[in-house]
Design a protein. Structure first.
Length: 224
């Protein structure tokens, strides 16, 4: 937030007297050029002290700048908050998320199971079985159950991105809770960078709409 004020003030030629992290009294400080940079004792927030915030007579003061410049400098903190929220929402989509279809990732292997004997390990991705692509845990389960007692060929992508074909024979009478192959999987989806940015913007917009709706409900007296 304060970095937004600081950057726009510097860019607009407004003199920044002090840029502080935390609130005074000062713990340590250092002056570089015309600006003092300080670390303060009270560890909440920070501040950007601008020259002449209310006195336009001061050279290079905020008050002496045009209305558009003052609006930009004063609103930059809130804009930075929105930008940070957008970045964080977008970054969240860079991590794999549970989905109906996507990569079938091995999470657990039952001891002494066909999967364990074949060398399948947690973290492996099951790309396909018998040349049929696998894009969900449900599809994998149905296929292995339909081929109990028959050898099938798994196409596996390992953690190091190498692939291999592994033959597995699903059991006819597996122990309770283990399944025919003896693996527990989850279906995860990864989004490319070019998709996560608009997805993050959409999440931010929806969050703002919910926040605005909440305020309207509070002030109109309709909140529960």
């Amino acid at each position: 937030h304060e970095l937004g004020h600081f950057i726009t003030a510097k860019s607009a030629g407004v003199k920044v007297e002090e840029f502080g992290l935390g609130f005074p009294p000062r713990l340590v400080s250092s002056k570089r050029g015309e600006t003092r940079y300080s670390l303060n004792i009270i560890p909440f927030g920070g501040f950007t002290k601008l020259l002449g915030e209310e006195n336009p007579a001061e050279p290079r003061s905020l008050a002496g700048k045009s209305r558009a410049t003052r609006l930009l400098v004063l609103s930059a903190g809130s804009l930075m908050n929105l930008l940070l929220a957008w970045i964080l929402f977008s970054a969240g989509f860079l991590f794999p998320v549970a989905a109906t279809t996507g990569q079938v990732v091995v999470q657990k292997i039952a001891p002494n199971s066909p999967a364990a004997a074949a060398g399948i390990i947690p973290g492996d991705i099951i790309l396909g079985v018998d040349n049929q692509p696998m894009d969900s845990s449900e599809k994998l389960y149905q296929y292995t159950m339909a081929n109990q007692g028959k050898p099938v060929t798994f196409l596996i992508q390992h953690i190091d991105s190498t692939t291999s074909s592994i033959q597995v024979t699903p059991r006819l009478n597996p122990p309770e809770g283990e399944g025919a192959v003896g693996i527990a999987t989850s279906t995860l989806k990864r989004y490319p960078l070019w998709q996560v940015i608009p997805m993050g913007a959409k999440e931010l917009f929806e969050a703002l709409v919910m926040w605005a709706s909440g305020l309207v409900s509070i002030f109109s007296g309709t909140a529960p």
